[in-house]
Write a protein that binds this ligand. Structure first.
Ligand SMILES: NC(=O)c1ccc[n+]([C@@H]2O[C@H](COP(=O)([O-])OP(=O)(O)OC[C@H]3O[C@@H](n4cnc5c(N)ncnc54)[C@H](O)[C@@H]3O)[C@@H](O)[C@H]2O)c1
Length: 256
């Protein structure tokens, strides 16, 4: 799939990695529909890229909002070629708190609802639109790239809810790819390591330094455009499918 002229729907595109992905597409002549519950950051994209960007306020846990926003994006741009699922949350909590309280079930359910159920809800609505796309010469109708995390493999202390939700995203990759291959839609997951985004705002510098020191090379935080560049490669390389790709400078997380 060529980036130039392609239409990508980016959930969580108003901040961090999602905004980095949106910029990478827009800089290369793509068009972007940002779907986010908080559109404050997306104004910058509209200022810079004008009509190539549309913004749709949507909480991915509200299925009516998801249906309406995906329809609105299709109406603005005419079709959707790419979905990049970046909307997500990560809030740490130990299974048993220091004063002996068990982990809140609501906290666990909230991570699953946003990071996994909400992601799947967007996927199913976007795919219904992609199925109507005219196929490329190779038969391709679309690409889905879901953001998981290396915490799905080596979740740290306090990451039970987050790690489980991201493991679910990885678990979706193969069945989605096999199911949607019938339509000519490829499915990939990206597992970022430690990236420089507002999601890290809750971590102090000492913790960030210690995580980055675990990178094999380079010893820096990942940047949103590291993810954007990988999404572009995923678009251009049509032989990539059903795979989960670590993007982490070789980092293997310790217990934390
Ligand atoms: N930053 C990292 O180090 C890192 C590492 C691994 C994986 N990830 C994953 O990458 C993705 C993007 O993370 P980020 O660092 O850019 O975070 P971020 O907090 O900067 O951006 C997340 C975006 O998701 C949106 N969002 C949250 N809940 C939503 C909901 N219910 N409905 C719609 N939008 C919602 C937020 O408004 C925000 O714009 C997440 O899925 C995250 O788990 C991030």
């Amino acid at each position: 799939m060529k980036v130039e002229g392609a239409v990508g729907l980016v959930t969580g595109g108003s901040s961090g990695l999602g905004m980095g992905v949106a910029r990478s597409l827009l800089e290369r002549g793509g068009r972007v529909a940002v779907l986010d519950q908080n559109l404050d950051g997306a104004g910058m994209l509209i200022d810079q890229y004008g009509d190539s960007v549309s913004c749709h306020q949507c909480d991915v846990t509200d299925t009516k909002q998801v249906e309406d926003s995906v329809s609105a994006a299709v109406e603005v741009h005419g079709r959707l070629d790419l979905l990049v699922s970046c909307a997500g949350i990560s809030v740490g909590k130990r299974v048993i708190s220091r004063d002996g309280e068990p982990h809140s079930l609501d906290h666990f359910k909230k991570h699953i609802d946003i990071n996994l159920v909400g992601l799947f809800d967007v996927v199913r609505h976007v795919v219904a639109s992609m199925a109507k796309n005219e196929p490329s010469e190779e038969g391709e109708r679309g690409l889905i790239v879901n953001l998981a995390s290396i915490a799905a493999f080596e979740g740290q202390i306090g990451q039970a809810s987050y790690g489980a939700s991201k493991a679910g995203v990885i678990g979706l990759t193969s069945p989605l790819a096999r199911d949607l291959g019938l339509l000519g839609v490829r499915v990939l997951s990206i597992c970022p390591g430690t990236m420089d985004t507002p999601m890290l705002d809750t971590l102090d510098q000492e913790t960030i330094d210690s995580i980055v020191s675990g990178n094999v090379f380079p010893k820096r935080l990942g940047r949103p455009d590291d993810v954007g560049n990988l999404v572009v490669h995923c678009m251009e390389n049509t032989f990539l499918n059903g795979e989960t790709i670590r993007l982490d400078a070789g980092l293997r997380l310790g217990p934390g």
